[in-house]
Design a binder for this molecule. Sequence first.
Ligand SMILES: [Zn+2]
Ligand SMILES: [Zn+2]
Ligand SMILES: [Zn+2]
Length: 145
Amino acid sequence: MVNPESVKATLREKGYKLTPQRRAILEMLLENQDKHLSTEDVYMLVKGKCSEIGIATVYRTLQLLEQMGAVNKLNFDDGCSRYELAGDEEDHQHHHLICLSCGQVQEVQEDLLEHLEEKIRENNHFEVVNHRVKFFGYCSKCTKK
Ligand SMILES: [Zn+2]
Ligand SMILES: [Zn+2]
Ligand SMILES: [Zn+2]
């Protein structure tokens, strides 16, 4: 899991500083680990800590962190980009279950695609290093209705 210290080291390597604002954004993502926050959400949360921060700074910081591989940018087809901290580099991204009725997003941590990845390696001579899997359907609350 990404921690602020390792991000700080990577930023320094690339000639960036971990400013208080960047740190606040990272910590907010860490505190809201499985929430899949939009730029707007991050802005509202960070504003509580750094009242002088602007949404443009939040936007640029999230882009920078994404370029560094510290955060994943997610698109759940709900009209906005969402962000979450990236896992360890060698781990594949977890899968997301998106409810078509209420929009709730759940995570599936198990990869379970090793068999498919092996097949792809054999049949397509393609080395899979990651994947973004989205399942669309209805959550337990919505199927009960
Ligand atoms: Zn995988
Ligand atoms: Zn639902
Ligand atoms: Zn997630």
